[in-house]
Design a protein around this ligand. Structure first.
Ligand code: GAP
Length: 497
């Protein structure tokens, strides 16, 4: 029976308790703007990046990848427009000195000292007026006392210095997006790989933004990871009767949506949002966001933009290098258009966790389970001995773990009774638990031989079957490759009750 779903506090607490995400520098009081991935978080995050790379780079004949540096030539950011345009309007509270994004102030609950109730303090829901005096928010939403300054533009790039001299000539920036490396390496990749349009370059890596109001756990942070693709097309081509850039834009929207569905996000929690004309970034002809119903409400999970030829033209202008493609058919040089599917790794991780989280009632007890797609699950298999005092059982369990660990992340645990061990693995999304028991190894004192089988328990259904140890790797591989549990389980007997 299903009892409940995830809210942000539950996810933050589970993340800390079970080693997914910790507050960065927590022993020094922490910071709300950056987070550290713990032993299970790093596995989940790596799995997300790995399947993204496999599905969108490795398996596609029209894609290649790069891994560029975070520090780039400062002129990159002049050419890209980030120095001039990558700004948010900010306002400051004159009283408590807190800083807000001007366009976010009304999206948060506000503190109000109500004159109609002798100045009593209320917290009023975002965007609503006070129910007693009817006033709307004009003062600082946090302290409820200070006037807010007029909005000022604030550049979100982190500034630093390259080399030993800290002067203006040495100023550079931490990249605020991974995308620009694909544009500045366009010609290197084109020439070295002898590519034909259309083709794309993918990259996963860190980006940095000095967000004015980071928050909501790992949703908006100042250091995060992106998985971005720049897909270059010939603007003179037509595909299925449509301009190639528009055709490929729609194709990428479909492919990205299908990808999130494939790895377990519920269709009801996903939607597309078309950017209004006045909210389009300075480079974009059209942008569509994939939004997810996060515990904080519908918000951007990724964006898919048609950036036209803006970036290549800008970098050609500022670098003085030609960034064109020779169209053999038309015998002319063209500047490719680019379609950009840009996803955030941390946001994807938050969405996968939120979607997978379930509270269920099983035989009168609460069970928390992360129904993560097996490919994403941080631990694929847990090997659990039923009796930790029996050396032969423990030895067999360790041997099985070591064997499976050559292929996947597999853990051994004997620190509690079996019911509790199962619950622990359910809570972190482990799709398969193996138990090694007396039946596996036999009982020499009674002259009983073991059957050489272990019990595999499947996380979602909690069903169990007995599988011979030599078949374990093949069976786990089959399951992780997507074979349905009933199909595999149907070949094996259930445990004796
Ligand atoms: N190159 C285009 C680009 O960077 P974006 O919409 O600014 O576009 C793409 O970023 C994705 O990166 C977002 O959809 C989001 O998933 C992630 N992202 C952006 N800023 C972030 C932040 N401060 N914290 C976490 N993820 C962020």
């Amino acid at each position: 029976m299903s009892m409940g779903a995830a809210n942000m506090d539950v996810l933050v607490s589970l993340s800390k308790r079970r080693g997914f995400v910790f507050q960065s520098s927590e022993i020094y009081g922490g910071t709300g703007s950056v987070w550290d991935y713990g032993p299970l978080g790093v596995e989940l995050k790596n799995n997300i990046k790995r399947v993204w790379w496999r599905d969108f780079v490795q398996q596609r004949a029209d894609m290649v990848g790069i891994d560029a540096s975070i520090l780039m030539h400062p002129t990159v950011w002049k050419a890209s427009g980030h120095l001039d345009h990558f700004t948010d309007p900010m306002v400051d509270c004159r009283e408590c000195k807190r800083r807000f994004r001007a366009d976010h102030v009304d999206a948060q609950p506000w503190t109000h000292y109500c004159p109609a109730t002798k100045g009593n303090k209320f917290t009023i829901p975002a965007g609503e007026p006070c129910g007693h005096c009817g006033q709307r928010r004009t003062l600082c939403p946090e302290c409820g006392k200070g006037e807010l300054t007029a909005p000022r533009q604030f550049n979100l790039m982190f500034k630093t210095f390259m080399g030993p001299v800290e002067d203006e000539a040495a100023v550079t920036y931490l990249r605020p997006e991974t995308a620009q490396a694909m544009f500045v390496n366009f010609d290197n990749v084109l020439q070295s790989m002898r590519l034909k349009l259309p083709f794309g370059i993918g990259q996963a890596g860190r980006s940095f933004r000095n967000e004015i109001t980071p928050g909501n756990f790992i949703f908006r942070t100042r250091e995060f990871e992106q998985m971005e693709i720049e897909f270059f097309v010939n603007p003179n081509d037509r595909v299925e009767g449509r301009p190639a850039d528009e055709y490929w834009h729609d194709r990428w929207i479909e492919d990205c949506m299908a990808w999130f569905l494939r790895y377990g996000l519920a269709a009801d929690n996903l939607r597309l949002r078309e950017h209004e004309h006045d909210e389009l970034a300075h480079y974009a002809k059209r942008t569509v966001d994939i939004e997810y119903k996060f515990p904080i409400g519908w918000s951007e999970l990724m964006g898919i933009a048609n950036r036209t030829d803006f970036d290549l033209k800008q970098h050609a202008k500022w670098s003085g290098k030609s960034l064109t493609y020779f169209d053999e058919e038309r015998k002319e040089h063209v500047v490719p258009f680019v379609v950009e599917p840009a996803a955030g790794v941390d946001r994807a991780l938050l969405a996968f966790m939120a979607d997978a989280y379930r509270e269920e009632e099983v035989r009168g007890e609460k069970r928390v389970v992360l129904k993560l797609h097996p490919e994403l699950a941080p631990i694929k298999v847990a090997v659990l001995p039923l009796l930790k005092k029996r050396d032969d059982i423990v030895r067999a369990a360790h041997a099985i773990r070591a064997d499976l660990a050559k292929h996947w992340r597999v853990v051994y645990d004997d620190t509690a009774a079996i019911g509790r061990l199962y619950r622990r693995q359910d809570e972190v999304g482990t799709p398969y638990c193996l138990t090694v028991d007396v039946q596996t190894v036999g009982d020499t004192e009674r002259g009983e031989r073991g059957d050489g089988r272990v019990t595999i328990r499947e996380r979602n259904s909690m069903e169990q079957v007995r599988v011979p140890v030599p078949e374990l790797i093949a069976v786990i591989r089959e399951l992780l490759d997507g074979a349905p549990w009933p199909q595999v389980a149907g070949r094996y007997p259930s445990p004796r009750s």
